[in-house]
Ligand binder design. Structure first.
Ligand code: SF4
Ligand code: SF4
Ligand code: SF4
Length: 306
């Protein structure tokens, strides 16, 4: 049975949580397991990015989101505060101090990281979010989405945004890696295409990691010896090279274990024993709280506080 927003409600009322649980298990059983071998990726060299924000414009343009003319993106006043991706802007660029060269700040572009073993996909009980088997992009089917917003609680990068101001047909919004361009036209994501300084390299993730390692070996003074996204939470399609740790430029410190390996065994228990699905919020929220707590403790340690 195909579960969309309307028939999910009918279905749940008619059959109660027991029926929903078995449908959920059916959906989850069909979720493909990660195989990142040939999946696509983007290597973003933050030491090359000039903060022109053309990628922000290109993303809005390709996704048909309301946008000002491209010239308006030269406005640097937006860098006064940290911005996050939202329902109206799937990617944003922030500015950070460059201790090596203060007149040349670093810029970091954020968007959905296209996690290899994605917490949002795992949390979505109706399969509205799934990994595209060919490219690895995390794609979204609004017809299946029931608006539960588990994906928003589950995402460790706080990416999925909900259209709260769309009363009739609200959707979850995030970058889908220009999935159509990648699969249909063998193209590159629009942001990569427009970048005037080639700060981003699109390709097979495995090859990008080799390129990144080579760059670190060749220019050890330019880069920290870490490719952010190579191992974090099991790896992400977006990979970052940087001149100072990415944890000092808006990214969180994570271990290597993917979030679904924490949540899925408990999720399955919740459904198996027919515990109300609200428990899933508590579970996902609890895990994210633990991550946040660990960040704070580690931040204090690094800052030299007792
Ligand atoms: S960054 Fe968040 S929304 Fe994007 S794939 Fe990972 S878990 Fe999903
Ligand atoms: S809100 Fe998120 S988790 Fe819930 S059904 Fe929609 S995509 Fe899936
Ligand atoms: S288009 Fe390229 S240089 Fe400009 S902000 Fe985006 S990543 Fe940086």
């Amino acid at each position: 049975m195909d579960l969309n927003r309307r028939n999910f409600l009918k279905f749940t009322v008619a059959t109660g949580t027991m029926g929903a649980a078995s449908a959920v298990q059916k959906v989850k059983a069909s979720t493909p397991k990660p195989d990142s071998g040939d999946w696509a990726g983007v290597l973003l060299d933050t030491t090359v990015c000039i903060g022109c924000r053309k990628c922000e414009w290109a993303c809005k343009n390709i996704n048909k989101l309301p946008t000002e003319p491209i010239e308006s993106y030269e406005d640097k006043s937006v860098f006064k505060k940290m911005r996050r991706p939202s329902a109206g802007a799937y990617t944003v660029v922030n500015q950070f101090e460059n201790p090596k060269s203060p007149e040349k700040p670093y810029y970091v572009k954020y968007q959905c990281m296209q996690c290899i073993d994605a917490a949002c996909v795992s949390a979505c009980i109706v399969g509205a979010l799934k990994k595209d088997a060919k490219t690895g992009a995390v794609i979204y089917d609004p017809w299946k989405c029931i608006g539960c917003r588990y994906c928003m609680v589950a995402c460790p990068f706080q990416i999925p945004a909900y259209e709260y101001d769309n009363a009739l047909t609200p959707q979850v919004r995030k970058s889908t890696f220009c999935y159509q361009r990648l699969s249909k036209y063998q193209g590159r994501p629009a942001c990569v295409e427009i970048c005037p300084v080639q700060a981003m390299t699109y390709g097979k993730r495995s090859e990008l990691i080799e390129i990144a390692r080579q760059k670190i070996r060749t220019y050890p003074d330019r880069y920290v010896d870490h490719i952010y996204g190579e191992h974090e939470l099991g790896g992400t399609a977006w990979l970052y090279l940087s001149g100072k740790p990415m944890t000092e430029m808006g990214m969180k410190k994570f271990g290597e274990r993917p979030i679904p390996t924490y949540t899925e065994p408990v999720q399955h228990g919740i459904f198996k024993h027919f515990v109300p699905q609200i428990s899933l919020f508590a579970l996902l929220g609890g895990i994210m709280w633990l991550f946040k707590k660990r960040d704070e403790v580690e931040g204090k340690r690094e800052g030299g506080e007792e």
